[in-house]
Design a protein around this ligand. Sequence first.
Ligand code: BMP
Length: 242
Amino acid sequence: MSDFRARMAESSEARKSRVVLALDLSGPVDDRVRRASAVLDRVKGGIAAVKLNHHLLLPFGLKGVGPILEACRAEKIPLIADLKLNDIESTNLNAVDSLFSAGFDAVIANPFVGFKEGLEGVFTQAHSLGRGVILLVYMSHAGAAEGYGLRDASGEPIYRLFARRAKDWRADGVVVSAKSGDVIREVRNVVGDEMLIFTPGVGTQGGSSASAAAAGADYQIVGRSITEAGDPAEALKTLLGR
Ligand code: BMP
C-alpha cells in the first residue's frame, strides 16, 4: 500500500469516516479562510481528508491557507490539492513542488494530458516523497459524457482507457462520479481492489453516497452540503448516518 493510501486508511479508521471534505467556500472573499477554519473545526472529528480547490487557493494562495493546512496537520488529516493538473511536465512539476512543500499529501491530475512530458514526472516526484496522485476518470457534471464518455475508434469509452492508465501509471486513486454507479463498477473491475475510488457529486449535485459506496467507491467527496449547511456538524452526521 502506498504511503498516501496508508495515511488515508489510518485517518478514515481513526475518525470512522469515508468523507473527504471539499472545503469550498463561496460568497464574500475576505473572510473565507476564517469561515473555512470554522467549518473544519466543527467537522474535523468526522472526516477522512480535506480537499482544497480554487475557492481558497486562488484568492489566498498557499501562504494564505496556512491556518487550514496547519489545522489539518495538527489533526493528521490528509490534504488533497484539487487543481486538476493538466499541463506540460515542467509546469506540472512546478505546481507539485509548491503543493508538496506546503504539506499536501496528494494531488489530483487529468490523465488526458498523457504520461511522457505530462504526468510522468509528477508520479515520480509524488512517490519519491510518499505523496499520492489521483486521476480524474469520470466527472460528475452533466457534460462529463461529452469528454470522459467519448469513445475511441474501437468504441471503447475514454474513461475505461483512463482507468487503465491509472492502473498502469500506479495512481493512488481515481475520481469517478458518485452519480454513475455502472461506471464506478466498471472502473473498479479495471483498477482492482487496491486503488482508491473517490466519488464527488453527492448531496448538492444529486448523487447518493450510499449507492456510490454500494457500487464500490471508497470515499465520498462532499462540499456544499456541509460547507453551506446552517450546522455543518449536523449535516455531516446526517451524511454519516449517525
Ligand atoms: P459539492 O459537494 O459541493 O458538489 O463539491 C464537489 C467537489 O468535488 C468540488 O470541489 C468539485 O470541484 C469537485 N469535483 C466534482 O464535483 N466533480 C468531479 O467530477 C470532480 C471534482 O473534483
